[in-house]
Design a protein around this ligand. Structure first.
Ligand SMILES: [Zn+2]
Length: 413
């Protein structure tokens, strides 16, 4: 991986570091003046001027015309604001989920230009999946007529334990993968640098820089579908933990007694109360008792997924479906209260089914979180769905590439 070549030629590490400081300021502010950049980055005005000239020449930055009417500056050279040219460079985000992957091509503000989803069979070799991912990345770049020299890198989000430094997926229970060197496998096939991390962690980073988290210093992203996990970002840095497993809240024990067995070997984990497979199991149990009920009618339809049938039944007014969702939302709220007591974030962002059906989950989850958090800690914590909904995984993965290779130093994320 060569981080210093994103401007199209080799530059020194110091210069790359300074450029990244400027680019990060331009990302975080819609318009910035050179004087402000000098203050924000602690670089000299001469350095700023030189680097901005290069970024202007590269087309990465654009400059407004001089502000002739600025009353505060009647003398001297007129000021002109600088902006990021968001379509000057691109990144690729790959979200590997349960039996499918999504690939997105995004610009410098992580706006999706184009995206695709591809199914694969669980148990398929990682080699085959990486081949399919490579093909899809190449297809997207070609079809969107993006020059390969303008692609700064590829980010990959994958379930389970990931060593982001080596880009190895150490263990993924969902995919049945162990020690898969995703970064090396993709870099062998592609001419871009690749960064890999846990998928919910990438979503948290995406939210911090490009979504709901832009105005806060700390956030927790909670994702739930087949599995349940959290990503933690504090002061623009991802918290991974000593063994790279921070955020495995799906295995937080919520029911100490009489809990259901979890795939991790414990019983009563959060996942056994709020994930899709367990909600479907509950719905099917209701269906056996009330075969004529609305919920059962929805579940027996052939189109759509089983979990969507539960949501549809709830929206059609079925009491059992609403009760199943309300219970899950309450357990989720309990887990959120534990998170608030432990980390006291400013913002909790929910993804997966909790964002897809935000109005069904969030009011109850937020109520229980506030009730269960210590003192009045929970009152100030905002709980919001991710604005990216089902795109959160690929936008997060792309954000990991943008932050690692363009806006920041890889080690600082
Ligand atoms: Zn568990």
């Amino acid at each position: 991986m060569n981080e210093a070549t994103y401007l199209g030629r080799n530059i020194t590490q110091v210069k790359a570091h300074n450029l990244k400081a400027i680019l990060l300021s331009l990302l975080q502010n819609e318009r910035v003046y050179r004087v402000e950049l000098a203050e924000k980055t602690s670089l000299s005005t001469t350095t700023i001027t030189n680097l901005i000239d290069e970024l202007l020449a590269q087309g990465i930055v654009i400059e407004d015309g001089p502000e002739q009417t600025d009353r505060r500056r009647r003398v001297g050279r007129p000021r002109s604001a600088l902006h990021l040219q968001k379509d000057a460079r691109f990144a690729v985000g790959v979200h590997i989920g349960f039996g499918m992957f999504r690939v997105a091509l995004v610009n410098l503000r992580a706006e999706v230009l184009d995206n695709r989803m591809v199914d694969f069979t669980i148990g398929e070799s990682a080699e085959e999946v990486m081949k399919a991912i490579t093909n899809m990345i190449n297809t997207l770049i070609k079809e969107n007529k993006v020059e390969r020299t303008r692609v700064i890198g590829v980010g990959v989000g994958v379930p389970g334990l990931v060593d982001h430094r080596s880009g190895i997926n150490i263990y993924s229970q969902n995919l049945k993968w162990e020690d898969v060197p995703i970064q090396a496998m993709l870099e062998d096939r592609l001419d871009f640098p690749v960064v890999v991390d846990n998928n919910v962690r990438t979503m948290a980073l995406g939210e911090a820089f490009f979504g709901q988290g832009r105005s806060v210093d700390s956030l927790i992203f909670v994702y739930g579908r087949i599995g349940v996990g959290a990503g933690i970002v504090v002061d623009n840095k991802v918290y991974r933990g000593s063994g790279l497993g921070a955020g495995e809240i799906g295995h937080m024990v919520i029911l100490a007694e009489n809990g259901k067995p979890c795939r991790c070997g414990n019983t009563g984990c959060l996942e056994t109360l709020v994930s899709v497979p367990f909600m479907i199991e509950k719905a099917q149990a209701v269906c056996q008792q009330k075969p004529q009920g609305l919920l059962c009618q929805h579940l027996s339809k052939t189109e759509g997924s089983l979990i969507d049938s539960v949501f549809l039944a709830a929206r059609d007014g079925d009491d059992d479906a609403n009760e199943i969702i309300k219970q899950s939302a309450a357990y989720l709220g309990m887990a959120l209260a534990n998170l608030v007591n432990l980390l006291n974030p400013e913002l909790i962002v929910l993804g997966g089914i909790y964002a897809q059906e935000a109005d069904l989950f969030i009011p109850e989850a937020a109520r229980v979180m506030r009730q269960g958090s210590f003192g009045k800690l929970g009152d100030k914590v905002k709980v919001q769905p991710t604005p990216f909904v089902w795109k959160a995984g690929m936008i997060g993965a792309a954000a990991m590439a943008l932050m690692s290779f363009f806006y920041m130093e890889f080690e600082d994320i």
